[in-house]
Design a protein around this ligand. Sequence first.
Ligand SMILES: Cc1cc2nc3c(=O)[nH]c(=O)nc-3n(C[C@H](O)[C@H](O)[C@H](O)COP(=O)(O)O)c2cc1C
Length: 175
Amino acid sequence: MFWKKSKLIILYSTVDGHTKHICEYISKKLNNKKKIQISSIEESKKFDLNKYDEIIIGASVRYGYHRKNVYSLIETNKEILEQKKTTFFSLNLTARKEEKNTPETNPYVFKFLKKVNWEPTIKDVFAGRLDYPKLDFLNKLAILFIMIITNGPKDTSKTYELTDWKRVDALINKL
Ligand SMILES: Cc1cc2nc3c(=O)[nH]c(=O)nc-3n(C[C@H](O)[C@H](O)[C@H](O)COP(=O)(O)O)c2cc1C
């Protein structure tokens, strides 16, 4: 007798690559258990979401918001999403703070899910990665300013990976 693997699609919205990196990590860890397709949200039109049993959407925050294509993906596919096992996770620097690192306490997550009026089966939020040397002058200045007022990492010659990978593993265990 053969055990039919569950079909999972992982869709990510990233600017600097860290959300993609986390999605690839999830995919690698689940590779033996599920039949996995992984894609950016930009490329997701190529795939019929109806064909999958499970859908994961990972998205990072930039200047207060997840990108527009995350909103439209969810709004366009709401009916399908409501019939599947779904996971949404957000990546942002605010989640580095203990009091803002759950879906209920992270302002970007609860505002986003309220706006798109969607309740994923599993939701999560992780602290992201801050790669100062990679940022252009204006973005570096803006982020530095935010880090000064929110007491975050300020050495602009450094890259800070603030993701708690144990939390990512805990999410994987629920999938
Ligand atoms: C230009 C810029 C703007 C950002 N804006 C926010 C923000 O408004 N709130 C926040 O918590 N994190 C913010 N971040 C942090 C990102 O969400 C974090 O770096 C994340 O890891 C980026 O993921 P990505 O590499 O998948 O794009 C910002 C980062 C950059 C570079």
